[in-house]
Design a protein around this ligand. Sequence first.
Ligand SMILES: [Zn+2]
Length: 348
Amino acid sequence: MDQIDVVRTPASWVVVGLDNGGTCNNATVLDATGQYLVDQMVESPSLVTEGPKAAVEQLAEAFHGILALTSTPMTLVRAVGLDTPGPASAAGVISSQGSTNFSQLSWHDFDIRGALEARIGLPVIYNNDANAAALYAHHRHFGAEAPQRSSVAAIVGTGLGGGVVEDGKVVRGAVGMAGELGHVQIPLHGVLEEGQPVPRCNCGFEGDVESIASLTGITNNLLPYWLTRFPDHPLAQESIKKAAKLLRGYGEREDPLALAVFGQQAKAIGKLFTIAANFTDPSAYFLGGGVVEAAPHFRQWFLSTVREHTQLRAEQLAAATFALVPDLDMAGARGAAVAALEKVRGTV
Ligand SMILES: [Zn+2]
C-alpha cells in the first residue's frame, strides 16, 4: 500500500488506538478534532503466543511505529487506548483462567493495561475488543450526537461479543462484565425447530445467544442438527469444523441448509435485541463480525432478518436504526482511540 497517500499529520494533540489480536496488532492515531491520521490497517505481529513480556514489547513497537508513520511527536500524545479479546476485567487484567488468545499460564491474571502504561509512560485506557468495536460504531454513526445517544452492538465471530453504549460511553458494570451479550439467555420459541436439541454454550448456559449466533454455535449445535435434516448435503462429507467455516460461502449462494442456519442466528440476535429494547431502549442496534464481511446481498438479508425478529413498539420503530458496524477490521483500534479521546476530554 502507498501509505503516503493515506497518512495525515496531526493538527492538535492526539490519542493512539492499539488493537491487540491473536496474530497482529493494528494501530491508529486520532487527533483532538476527531480525525484519524491513517485510513487503513497498520499492522505488526502481536506475538501473544510468546507470552506477556514479548507481547507488551510488540504493543510498544506498534505505538512508536504509528507515531513515526504519522510524524507525530510523542509530546502530542495524551493517552493510549488499548483493546484485546476478553475475558478481562474492566481495568485490563486478563482472566485468571486465561482465554483463547492468552492461554499461557503467564497470561493468567496479567495486567496488560498496567504493563503497557508502565512501558510507554502514558495513560492507557482499556476496553475488550467487542466494546471497542461497539464504541466506534456508536461514534461513527452518531457523530456529534454520540454523547446523547445509546446503542447496542452484537459482534458475531468465534463467540458472540457485544457492547452496550449509553450516553456515548460503554457500560462496564461492577467487574467489567456488562455487555456480555453472548451469554444472555433468550426465549427459544420461534427460533428452534420442533425436536431440535437446545443449544449449549461453552460457558455452561443453555440457549444463550452465543450457543446459536457464533461460529462455535454453528460447529457445536446448529450444523450437527441441520445436517441430519440435509443428509446428502456436500458439507456432510467435511469435518464439522471445516464445514462450519465453509458455511458462509454456501449462504452467499443461497444454499437452503446455510440459510436455515444463518436464519436461526438472525432470529436469535433479533430475540436479543428485543430484550435490549425493553432494557435500555437504544437508539441504534449494530451488527458486526464475519457476517459483515460477507457479500452485500447476504449481509443485507441477514440484517433484515434480525430486524424482522426484533419486536419493537411503534414509538421505538420510528426512532430506532439498524446498521452494520463500519470498517470492522479497524473498528477495534478506532474504538480504543475513541475511548482514550473521551477519557482525555473528560479530565481536561
Ligand atoms: Zn454462554
